[in-house]
Design a protein around this ligand. Structure first.
Ligand code: NAD
Length: 296
């Protein structure tokens, strides 16, 4: 049997169509289009591609973007000062700091300078703390996209949305993906195992999973015999092969013979990450509109 290929592009289009409709209504209240500021420090070629894709998708939904390009040799103080200046602009509803930052810059400090109400990447300590407590907050985009993809796959497979009690294994413990997606699965009442580079018997941990999320950054680490029959497999990894192709952390060929559903790379998690970023920008703009143009 071949697994359902979970079409992240199609789901992202659905989400973005919904965002576009809401924006048409919001523009009257806000008196302008929502606006996302994207900060890119240095000239990492992959980051440039991501920033372009974010701007293109934002514009297609009716969200304005401001690109803030900063030289790679700036120091943390200058970066934080720029972020704080953007925090005060009445026409900016969301601020995204494109990661990774060039060596020498402190990502945690820079992320902490973003006003939590404008933190559309959900990486500010306040938003991450609210997520830990299960409270409403701006949530990290990739993990939110992963949860939507799981729901979408279950619907396509004719399964109920409720995933409570299911065993989910997450591989990778970054603040960007692994930790927040574990919390979100826990919030949905899964039994969560969070694996990382020092996990013993990673294969066994993966094999127990009804829902397997790979966010490692190791080319095709997870093979068919690591996966439980009929599992849902979400591949967050993006790895460039020697020939220049993009592949995930999961060996698509062998795993798709065992799993019930699997996301492809590219075309799975990536488009949903962008869609969730735009959703967060819409949410943040809605909050501003509800508070007479002020950041809450
Ligand atoms: P990271 O480097 O911050 O974290 C990787 C994690 O994997 C670490 O927690 C580490 O402990 C774990 N790990 C490393 N080697 C391992 C091994 N051999 N066995 C088990 N665990 C191991 O990475 P990240 O920022 O979380 O990103 C992970 C991957 O997801 C990368 O390929 C990244 O490019 C990709 N990514 C994709 C999107 C998207 O939108 N599709 C978004 C974010 C990240």
């Amino acid at each position: 049997m071949t697994a359902l290929r979970i079409d992240g592009k199609a789901l992202a289009r659905q989400v973005q169509d919904g965002i576009s409709k809401e924006i048409l209504e919001l523009n009257n209240k806000l008196g302008r289009a929502p606006c996302l500021a994207v900060i890119l420090v240095g000239d990492n070629p992959a980051s440039k591609v991501y920033v372009k894709a974010k701007a293109k998708n934002a514009e297609s939904c009716g969200i304005d973007t401001i690109d803030v390009f900063l030289p790679g040799n700036i120091d943390n103080k200058m970066l934080e000062a720029k972020i704080k200046e953007l925090n005060t602009k009445p026409n900016i509803d969301g601020i995204l700091l494109q990661l990774p930052l060039p060596p020498g810059l402190d990502e945690y400090k820079a992320l902490s300078a973003i006003d939590p109400a404008l933190d559309v990447d959900g990486l500010h300590p306040i938003n991450q703390g609210l997520l830990l407590r299960g409270e409403k907050s701006l949530r990290p985009c990739t993990p939110s996209g992963v949860i939507e993809l799981i729901d979408y796959a279950r619907e396509k497979l004719g399964l109920k949305r409720d995933i409570s009690g299911l065993q989910s294994t997450v591989v990778g413990r970054s603040i960007l993906v692994g930790k927040p997606v574990s919390l979100m699965l826990l919030e949905r009442h899964c039994t969560v195992t969070l694996c990382h580079s020092r996990t013993k018997n990673l294969m066994e941990e993966c094999r127990r999973a009804d829902i397997l999320v790979a966010a490692v950054g190791r080319q095709e680490l997870i093979k068919g015999d690591w996966v439980k029959k009929d599992a849902i497999v979400i591949d967050v990894g993006i790895n460039r092969t020697e020939s220049g192709a993009l592949v995930g952390d999961v060996d698509f060929q062998s795993v798709s013979k065992i799993a019930a559903a699997i996301t492809p790379v590219p075309g799975g998690v990536g488009p949903m990450t962008i869609a969730m970023l735009l959703k967060n920008t819409l949410e943040s703009a809605k909050q501003r509109a509800a508070h007479g143009g002020k950041v809450t």
